[in-house]
Design a protein around this ligand. Structure first.
Ligand code: NAD
Length: 384
């Protein structure tokens, strides 16, 4: 993709504004479109403030230079000269399909249309277009200007020749691209599910408290944030909905089954930190609870073994290459190390023993080990 293409961004919310900022800072002319004039005004004011701060900190030479590359639009006709358009509107398939079909009528035959969707099928979005070979997923992480990872997702219909140029463009934007198959949750939102689901499961069973699980994953696991703190930070409106979407999209595979504890939080409006209350109550002064750490090893082993199993199974099913799986989990969700590396360090046999132990205890399909993990354990093989 040409370094000088004009980039269009659809939706000026959290993600759209962030992606537009990244493209403009990389030197592109950017057309930012939203059908809500108030949202667009807000995005313009926020971008101005952010770029001025970056200039004050010496991170960019001139905020005005970057701002001058922007045009703000309330009509899709403004996209006419764009070579790449990235969509980041509301996560509803029917709305995305209608917007793609509409935009396509206003752009050239060669314009690439990308979606930033977290959980919808790129193939089904492409199917709404008359040039589905020009459609792909470009999945950024929040906040887009700071998070390096971008998942590049070819739809079934995407012209394979578009993938390498898309990766190169992302690299020019300072991003780290990985390629993911168009499967539910792509890489990160699929492989990370047990970090939340298995933590909640242990808490529901009374194996450990939320504080103990959070403490174990940070102190002994090396993760930046414990699962309950992280879910409260992401917000249950986002985190629960992704879990439910992944579960439904995987034809009710019990590995991804959502929990009632989290569903009830959503129903109560206890959305997490932004609502003042989620798993934890942020309206109360923080107390220094004494946390029992005698179960740390058991907690870390159970959650990490489940994560490793997801990564290994994603590799087995060709969702991504081993190296892209490692990059995705370290750059997209800042895991302390790649899960395949973790498996090699623990040995496939040890990971398998943890999973088979859980399977023997629960007799639930949720704990079935990937056949690839079983094979590696049998042959004492490493992944990397
Ligand atoms: N928030 C995240 O952490 C995150 C991370 C990665 C991907 N995503 C994905 O990015 C997309 C946007 O998420 P967000 O958090 O930025 O949402 P948001 O609610 O902050 O912003 C969405 C924007 O789209 C606009 N919009 C809605 N319908 C539109 C239409 N028909 N035409 C034009 N504009 C329209 C809205 O006015 C709003 O400004 C979603 O698909 C989401 O799944 C979100």
């Amino acid at each position: 993709m040409d370094q000088y293409i004009i980039v269009g961004v659809v939706g000026s919310g959290a993600m759209g504004a962030g992606i537009a900022q990244v493209a403009a800072m990389a030197g592109h002319q950017v057309v930012l479109y939203d059908n809500n004039a108030t949202a667009l005004e807000k995005a313009k004011a926020n971008l101005t403030q952010t770029l001025q701060k970056l200039q004050e900190k010496g991170k960019i030479p001139s905020a005005d230079d970057v701002l001058n590359r922007f045009s703000f639009a309330g009509e899709v006709s403004a996209f006419a000269k764009c070579g790449l358009i990235i969509e980041a509107i509301v996560e509803k398939l029917e709305i995305k399909k209608a917007v793609f079909a509409d935009i396509e009528k206003n752009v050239s035959d060669t314009c690439i249309l990308a979606s930033n969707t977290s959980s919808l099928s790129i193939t089904s979005i492409a199917a709404a277009c008359s040039r589905p070979h020009n459609v792909m997923g470009l999945h950024f992480f929040n906040p887009a200007p700071l998070m390096a990872l971008v998942e590049v997702i070819p739809a079934v219909q995407t012209n394979p020749a578009h993938i390498q140029p898309a990766k190169e463009l992302m690299q020019r934007w300072g991003k780290t691209p990985v390629v993911a198959k168009d499967t539910p949750g792509f890489i990160v939102n699929r492989v990370a599910r047990p970090y939340y689901g298995e933590a909640i499961r242990m808490y529901e069973e009374g194996i450990a408290s939320m504080e103990e699980i959070d403490n174990a994953m940070v102190q002994s696991g090396g993760f930046k944030m414990g699962p309950f703190t992280l879910m409260d930070y992401i917000g249950h409106d986002v985190n629960y909905v992704v879990t439910e979407t992944v579960f439904l999209s995987f034809f009710y595979d019990p590995r991804y089954k959502p929990s009632f504890s989290q569903k009830r939080l959503l129903e109560a409006g206890w959305l997490g930190r932004k609502a003042g209350r989620g798993f934890y109550n942020y309206n109360e002064p923080a107390t220094d609870k004494i946390v029992d750490n005698s179960n740390n090893t058991q907690i870390v082993e159970r959650i990490v073994a489940m994560l490793i199993n997801e990564a290994v199974d994603a590799l087995h099913l060709n969702v991504a290459t081993a190296s892209d799986l490692e990059t995705a989990m370290t750059k997209g969700v800042n895991y302390p190390k790649g899960l395949l590396q973790w498996c090699d360090e623990w040995s496939a046999a040890r990971c398998l023993a943890i999973l088979d132990g859980l399977y023997d205890t629960y007799h639930e399909d949720r704990y079935r080990a990937s056949v690839l993990l079983r094979r590696h354990a049998k042959e004492s093989k490493r992944f990397l």
